[in-house]
Design a protein around this ligand. Structure first.
Ligand SMILES: Nc1ncnc2c1ncn2[C@@H]1O[C@H](COP(=O)(O)OP(=O)(O)OP(=O)(O)O)[C@@H](O)[C@H]1O
Length: 466
């Protein structure tokens, strides 16, 4: 996409000159003669870069004051100052205020182009860097207000500063790694490294080398530092620890016990200070009974067990999570965020989510890009991806409309009430108190109503809870 450059200068011929140079390079330009026009242009659309004259005749604010306003509202927007004779000192102080650089009048074409390209590239790199930091866990968050998530949060707060080992269990995509990262961040090792090793995706014969590293000569390569050593002073996460071969499990037991190990192919002892966290989506007790997991390793890892609930166990968190992911994805993509309509949110809450939070996140990403309709309109249930729309309770799609129109009012009302309440009960995970609060009925009245309509469980026949 062509860069969009805003040129702010009180002299029309300078604006034209700069615009001509940049247009020849395939960049798009806009112009402003004073501070009012400049802020109006930036307000209309954030440019890729601003070229800003220091001395602006007839303008309410001068270049430095405009710079201050721009940096306050758009800290990452690159600004190049234009300085004339006698304003170089001011230009230098502009850099201290966050301008990228300055160029002196009269300027050379080549220098101007180079500076503009560099400033835009630097802004892009900074943005990428921030995204990477975010992905690397600089800013992990455990979103949710359900009782089960609150319990997990409390467990994290309690266990993080102690330094003890933690085994985090829960189904795939439920947020086990998020929990591990939070434990690290809230511990005394927070400034140390956090290193993860996924035991499920690693070939068993490579796993040991990855963990302990290799001495020179092994594998035809130089000495390689393993994850245990990389995590020195910090935290090592053994992801999907049940997938580790038995023999490696034995070596881990020793390393955990003594905080000492040997690199593969060497007799040299490496001493480390590492806190180990582990995750598993399997039932480790069953794995022990089947002889696939060492009991002594289990006891060493599971000093404190934390169970992360599936998303289906905490449907009340779905609205919060969906809006959180929508905002984050929209910000990352530079797109406006979309609202969810009541019907689509009810459908999301009624769905089973076999892939848990990760699946919800993917669905929200899909919706941001693919959902039909005006982006300013809320997302409706019929815009959801097919796999979720397919199980949407019928009442949300109103496909009983035809049937209802053929019935007398009393019976039509019964059909509607039945479908409506079934959808709501499912949405609230079969919880009668919460459904009653939402639909505006007393709990006992709702029980009676459901009974009279012949509804004895949610749409999959699961019994109610009070
Ligand atoms: N409570 C939460 N709040 C915000 N984001 C979450 C939450 N739980 C999970 N996520 C997000 O969902 C995705 C999956 O989470 P994570 O990788 O921690 O799951 P996992 O249980 O470790 O999965 P797997 O077992 O497949 O490794 C990540 O993008 C994570 O940021």
């Amino acid at each position: 996409m062509a860069h969009d450059i805003l040129i702010v200068d009180d002299e029309a011929d300078i604006r034209m000159l700069i615009a001509g140079i940049l247009n020849d390079e395939g960049m798009k330009t806009r112009e402003a003669a004073d501070s009012t026009q400049a802020f109006a242009q930036v307000g209309a659309r954030r440019p890729s870069l601003v070229i800003l004259d220091i001395w602006l005749q007839g303008s309410k604010l001068d270049g430095l004051q405009i710079l201050e306003g721009l940096k306050r509202d758009h800290p990452n927007l690159p600004v190049i100052m234009i300085s004339g004779h006698g304003t170089i000192e001011t230009a230098v102080s502009a850099i201290k205020q966050g301008a990228y650089d300055f160029i002196e009048k009269p300027f050379k074409t080549d220098r101007l182009i180079l500076m503009v390209e560099r400033a835009i590239e630097a802004a892009r790199l900074r943005r990428e860097n921030e995204e990477l930091k975010l992905r690397a866990g600089g800013d992990v968050e455990l979103v949710g207000r359900s009782a089960t998530v609150n319990q997990v949060r409390q467990a994290i707060e309690r266990v993080a500063p102690t330094g003890s080992r933690v085994l985090i269990t829960g189904p795939a995509g439920s947020g086990k790694e998020v929990v591990a990262r939070l434990i690290h961040q809230r511990s005394r090792r927070a400034t140390g490294p956090f290193v993860g090793l996924n035991c499920a995706t690693m070939r068993p014969d490579r796993l040991e080398m990855e963990l302990f590293g290799t001495e020179a000569g092994v594998d035809g390569q130089g000495r390689k530092i393993g994850t245990f050593e990389q995590a020195h002073g910090g935290t090592l996460l053994l992801d999907e620890v049940a997938d580790m071969p038995l023999e490696t499990q034995g070596k881990i037991v020793r390393a955990l016990q003594e905080q000492v190990f040997e690199r593969v192919g060497g007799g040299h002892r490496v001493e480390v200070d590492v806190r180990v966290l582990a995750t598993s989506n399997r039932d480790l007790q069953a794995e022990i009974e089947a002889g696939r997991f060492r009991q002594d390793l289990y006891y060493r890892l599971a000093v404190v067990p934390i169970r992360v609930p599936s998303l289906g166990e905490r449907r009340e968190d779905i609205p919060l999570l969906a809006r959180h992911f929508m905002q984050r994805s929209a910000d990352a993509a530079g797109l406006p965020s979309r609202e969810f309509g009541e019907d689509s949110m009810a459908a999301l809450q009624a769905y089973d989510w076999p892939g848990n939070v990760r699946q919800l996140r993917n669905v929200v990403d899909w919706l941001l890009i693919m959902a039909q309709g005006d982006p300013k309109e809320p997302i409706r249930a019929d815009m959801l991806p097919p796999e979720i729309g397919a199980i949407t309770p019928t009442v949300l799609k109103w496909d009983k409309g035809g049937e209802i129109m053929g019935l007398p009012l009393r019976e039509a009302r019964e059909v509607f009430e039945r479908e409506y309440l079934l959808a709501q009960v499912t949405r609230f995970g079969g919880n009668i108190s919460r459904t009653a609060a939402f639909v505006g009925m007393e709990r006992s009245a709702l029980h009676r109503k459901l009974k009279s309509l012949g509804v004895h469980g949610n749409d999959k026949g699961k019994a109610f809870v009070d």
